[in-house]
Unconditional design. Structure first.
Length: 182
């Protein structure tokens, strides 16, 4: 097998190759205000308790809401919401109500004050678990305290951000499960 020739990659483009997770919509609420932000990177940190880490820039309108409330909902949109995902990521909740602007329905959450997004395939209610890296890196560690997911499809088509306005779609699912495989 021939090894492909490699070229130097600008370091700010590394994310194009390392961001595998689906794009999510993070909804938040605090002191009578609500917002939705598009997030292209997050990471599962632990299975039980279910911990998810992410960076939210301090310049983002949602930062103040999630920092103040210590809560959010991580919503999983499908490709049916692509235009809303792009619009939400290109506007500021300081200027508009993104639920109204993009025709999304706020749905009451079970355990947190932040609204979920009804049109999304799954909703993961989160409480701040560890904020020790927020001041230095804007890195939040959330504990998922409640989760809801649509029954079908089992593997929805989702968007995955590659950087610089490029996305890929989730592809076919391959079942390689067998005894002894984790």
């Amino acid at each position: 097998m021939d090894t492909p020739r490699k070229h130097k990659l600008p370091l700010h483009q590394v994310r194009r190759y390392l961001e595998p997770g689906p794009v999510v919509l993070v909804s938040s609420a605090w002191q009578g205000r609500r917002d939705i932000m598009t997030m292209g990177w997050h990471t599962v940190m632990e299975f039980s308790p279910s911990l998810v880490g992410c960076v939210i820039a301090s310049s983002n309108h949602s930062f103040e809401l999630v920092r103040g409330s210590g809560e959010c909902v991580v919503n999983l949109p499908t490709t049916a919401l692509t235009e809303a995902v792009l619009g939400i990521g290109s506007t500021s909740g300081a200027d508009i109500d993104k639920f109204d602007a993009f025709g999304l329905t706020p749905q009451p959450s079970r355990l947190v004050a932040a609204p979920a997004i009804r049109e999304c395939h799954a909703q993961f209610e989160c409480r701040l678990h560890d904020d020790s890296l927020v001041e230095r890196y804007n890195f939040f560690i959330w504990e998922v305290v409640a989760a809801r997911v649509a029954s079908t499809p089992g593997y929805p088509e989702t968007l995955h951000y590659r950087g610089d306005g490029h996305f890929m779609l989730s592809g076919p699912t391959v079942d390689l499960s067998r005894p002894g495989l984790k």
